[in-house]
Design a binder for this molecule. Structure first.
Ligand SMILES: *[C@@H]1O[C@H](CO)[C@@H](O)[C@H](O)[C@H]1NC(C)=O
Ligand SMILES: *[C@@H]1O[C@H](CO)[C@@H](O)[C@H](O)[C@H]1NC(C)=O
Ligand SMILES: *[C@@H]1O[C@H](CO)[C@@H](O)[C@H](O)[C@H]1NC(C)=O
Length: 383
């Protein structure tokens, strides 16, 4: 991230110096925190000292430019980019999810969008953009890749004109081998983007007839009997084997869990029969999803937690409820794994699903704190 500058250095010596200083500052150790505003998590609570990058989800695409999703978003942009005053190394990006089909039509439209979008991002003092198109069709792949090149080229020109840092480009990549091997061109990504979060979660959730036994949302290592591709390590290895540059690869870490309703309260292990999504969690009342606040509340209410040392994740159960969730230990293991593989860092979905209420023991935002501590103690990145 930020390695671009060295390639524009005219002198080899300058270039080397830049590579060295860049690699110390940006070679791994990144903690990219996605955040979406909700009523229970105002932007002022985003942990700007624990994250190297904050990505606001989402902006909209309309009429060949970026527009705020809601008028109130402008106030949120202000809060998030305002954090750079207190943490000058922080980078703040805006994520885009919908509307790509209207952009990746012809090169004129792509260029027009890039010009407008760059203007929008600069106007609101963003440091970059996140392309989270879920997902292009096979027939849109080449246009999408062309769009990314155009966006990068026009950003480079914009940066030179302004004598400003290049806008960062990040991406969120799909969670299965099929998407990994068909949707992206890694030569183009490595050359034109700064980093990509592999969305290594949602490997299992209750789906009638399809996924109707309990399973892990985001195991580091697949449990016995499951394909390795349904795990964080297995999926990330697929991307690396396909050519995604390790230093641009971020391991996606979920802070939320997936809940199930067991067929039989007495069968509460992994791969036990399930008949529905879990009932709404005790605090956030979401069906099928537990925020970390919900998991901690459930544990206080007597749920039993089981640690799976093979897969590096816990689950909890109580009555007919079964939840695959993340805790401090599981997120720290993923960070250490990412560092041991020489990867760029981690991408966290999401800040607002960690615990802000004090329902969990320890500091506010225990999972993001655990990610930060694990990164600080294992990578040489200055955090
Ligand atoms: C954040 O979202 C909540 C819920 O939609 C809304 O009430 C609140 O106004 C938003 N906050 C800001 C700063 O826009
Ligand atoms: C789209 O942009 C053009 C040019 O700025 C403008 O004339 C037009 O009104 C816009 N349309 C919408 C729907 O915003
Ligand atoms: C799970 O799905 C399979 C395949 O459709 C079906 O045969 C089985 O009865 C289902 N089990 C439960 C507990 O719903």
């Amino acid at each position: 991230m930020g390695t671009f500058k060295c390639f524009v250095g005219a002198l080899i010596f300058t270039c080397l110096v830049t590579i060295c200083s860049t690699s110390i500052e940006n070679g791994g150790g990144n903690i990219v925190c996605y955040y979406h505003n909700t009523s229970y998590f105002p932007p002022s609570e985003v942990p700007y000292r624990l994250c190297t990058h904050v990505i606001y989800a989402f902006g909209s695409i309309s009429n060949d430019t970026i527009v705020p999703e809601k008028p109130g978003d402008l106030a949120i942009y202000d809060v998030l980019v305002g954090f750079k005053k207190w943490n000058p190394k922080l980078k703040v990006l805006l994520s885009l999810q919908h509307g790509f089909p209207s952009v990746v039509t012809d090169t004129d439209t792509m260029k027009r969008f890039a010009t407008n979008a760059i203007g929008f991002l600069r106007h609101y003092h963003f440091d970059g953009v996140d392309f989270d198109w879920e997902f292009p069709k096979l027939s849109q792949k080449s246009k999408f890749m062309q769009f990314i090149q155009i966006f990068r080229d026009m950003s480079s020109r914009d940066a030179k004109l302004r004598s400003a840092d290049l806008l960062l480009i990040s991406m969120a990549l799909g969670n299965n081998k099929y998407q990994a091997s068909t949707l992206y061109d890694y030569t183009i990504l490595n050359k034109n983007i700064d980093f990509a979060t592999i969305m290594a979660y949602d490997f299992h959730m209750y789906i009638p007839n399809v996924d109707n036994i309990t399973g892990y949302n985001s195991a580091l290592v697949a449990p016995k009997g499951e394909s390795p591709y349904y795990s964080t390590s297995g999926l990330v290895k697929v991307y690396l084997a396909l050519g995604l540059a390790p230093e641009k690869t971020l391991v996606g870490i979920p802070t939320y869990g997936r809940s199930y309703t067991l067929a039989n309260a007495k069968q509460h292990g992994l791969h036990a029969p399930a008949v529905a999504k879990g009932d709404p969690g005790p605090v956030r009342r979401l069906r099928g999803v537990y925020t970390y606040t919900d998991s901690c509340a459930a544990l206080k209410l007597g749920a039993v937690s089981v640690w799976d040392s093979t897969s590096g994740v816990p689950y909890l159960y109580k009555g007919k409820t079964w939840v695959s969730y993340a805790n401090e230990k599981s997120v720290a293991e993923k960070v250490r794994w990412a560092v041991s593989k020489g990867l760029g860092g981690v991408g966290v979905w999401a800040t607002h699903l960690d615990d802000l209420t004090g329902e969990c023991p320890g500091p506010k935002l225990p999972l993001i704190n655990a990610i930060h501590s694990a990164m600080k103690s294992t990578s040489n990145h200055e955090l």
